[in-house]
Design a protein around this ligand. Structure first.
Ligand code: DI6
Ligand code: FE
Length: 396
């Protein structure tokens, strides 16, 4: 006897790269874990409660593995400046960009940040997201970085969703350290990371290694502090310049290297070797009208696992839909449908170091979402549609 069973569905388990599907399937759950998946005709036992899916497709709960969805204010004015010809880097160097969001985030209370973040989170949940990663990085001092992480943790208590937090204190140099970037990187390593770890507010540490972020050497100080605190690392790598970020991430056994618009193939080969996932962010490439795109063909050639995410943030990727990223991943970056769908399920779970989800298989968390579609490719094909009709998190 199972606790519950979902019947009359079609299932894409995402358990193999070829995207096995089971039509006329059933999924049984015990104690918040998947107990059985297979054809309905072979269901081995009855269940205490039965849910009729009415022919919907059932996929692993979607995972948005790279967001900055906690922030104060917005950057609509900057959006208009960019339409007028200003570049993202120019705006950042003139004190706008990330630093304008830092000002707004510092002045906001935890309650204000929470209230602003909830509708952004709710939009993702409505699309079938069951796990979301949220970064800090707009506080840039100990108090405000920890404040952001507390808000991220509070979001998990307000909604049925798993939240993973990443400390991104090494996102930009704050105004009080202007001209002293290396000193700030040391402060992140020596003070902010240990504090966040002591309060158990961070599940990982991220950094922005780039022309407007930090050097590779500074990033290594941050990673060394993360290792000392027992936290895995991730990296915003090779977005605006090829700084060798992909190889740097691989050398440190990073869970993921993200962006990678300008990563070189040696770096990608090192990532494949290290098992570092490539997180591709087409919302940022689209918004910045990037002409350099991540080299998906090289990633495929090297055997790098690819994830796909919104990068939801007020500047470079005001993307509030993970389903739209599926379309952009295919259309803009030339991913295949299975690659895109693995990118928001199994490979996104790997990018967060969560082997207990991202697939439908016995023993894994019973996180899944239901879609009123005719075939899985419909999730990538349509733009601006939301066919999600149900969401189950840990069996509920
Ligand atoms: N890369 C990004 O895409 C975000 N941060 C980063 O390092 C952008 C953040 C922003 O523009 O506010
Ligand atoms: Fe980002």
């Amino acid at each position: 006897m199972f606790d519950a069973v979902w019947l009359n569905c079609h299932v894409a388990t995402m358990a193999d790269p070829a995207m096995e599907v089971i039509e006329n399937a059933a999924v049984a759950v015990n104690g918040g874990r998947i107990a059985w998946v297979g054809p309905l005709s072979q269901l081995p036992a009855a269940a205490a409660s039965e849910h009729d899916c009415e022919g919907a497709w059932l996929l692993p709960g979607l995972i948005d593995c790279h967001t900055h969805l906690v922030f104060g204010g917005d950057r609509a004015a900057e959006f208009e400046q960019r339409l007028g010809g200003a570049s993202y880097e120019e705006i950042a160097r003139a004190g706008g960009g990330i630093l304008s969001t830092v000002r707004a985030t510092r002045t906001a209370t935890e309650a204000e940040l929470l209230a602003a973040a909830l509708p952004r989170l709710d939009g993702l949940l409505a699309e079938g997201v069951t796990t979301v990663e949220i970064k800090s990085g707009y506080g840039l001092d100990a108090g405000n970085e920890l404040k952001m992480l507390r808000v991220a943790r509070a979001l998990a208590a307000q909604r049925r969703v798993a939240v993973r937090t990443s400390l991104l204190a090494a996102h930009a140099t704050p105004p009080e350290y202007a001209g002293r970037r290396a000193d700030y990187a040391r402060h992140v390593a020596e003070t902010i990371i240990p504090l966040a770890a002591a309060e158990n507010l961070a599940d990982a540490v991220d950094a922005f290694a780039d022309s407007i972020g930090f050097t590779n050497e500074e990033t290594e100080w941050v990673f060394a502090a993360a290792r000392a605190a027992g936290l895995p690392v991730k990296l915003h790598a090779d977005q605006l310049t090829d700084q060798g970020g992909a190889a740097l991430a691989a050398r440190h056994g990073a869970l993921s290297a993200d962006h990678l618009e300008r990563a070189n193939e040696d770096g990608l080969a090192a990532m494949a070797e290290a098992g570092t996932v490539a997180v591709l962010l087409p919302g940022a490439a689209f918004t910045l009208r990037e002409t350099a795109h991540p080299d998906v063909a090289a990633m495929r050639r090297q055997g790098v696992r690819m994830a796909l995410s919104t990068d939801m943030n007020p500047g470079s990727s005001p993307a509030r839909s993970l389903l739209l990223m599926l379309n952009l991943g295919c259309t803009l970056f030339r991913m295949t449908v299975p690659e895109a769908l693995l990118g928001v399920t199994r490979h996104a779970a790997m990018a967060l170091g969560l082997p207990d989800r991202g697939m439908l298989a016995p023993g894994l968390r019973a996180d899944f979402s239901l879609f009123a579609i005719n075939r899985p490719a419909d999730l990538c094909y349509w733009m601006g549609a939301n066919p999600c009709v149900g969401r189950v998190v840990a069996g509920e």
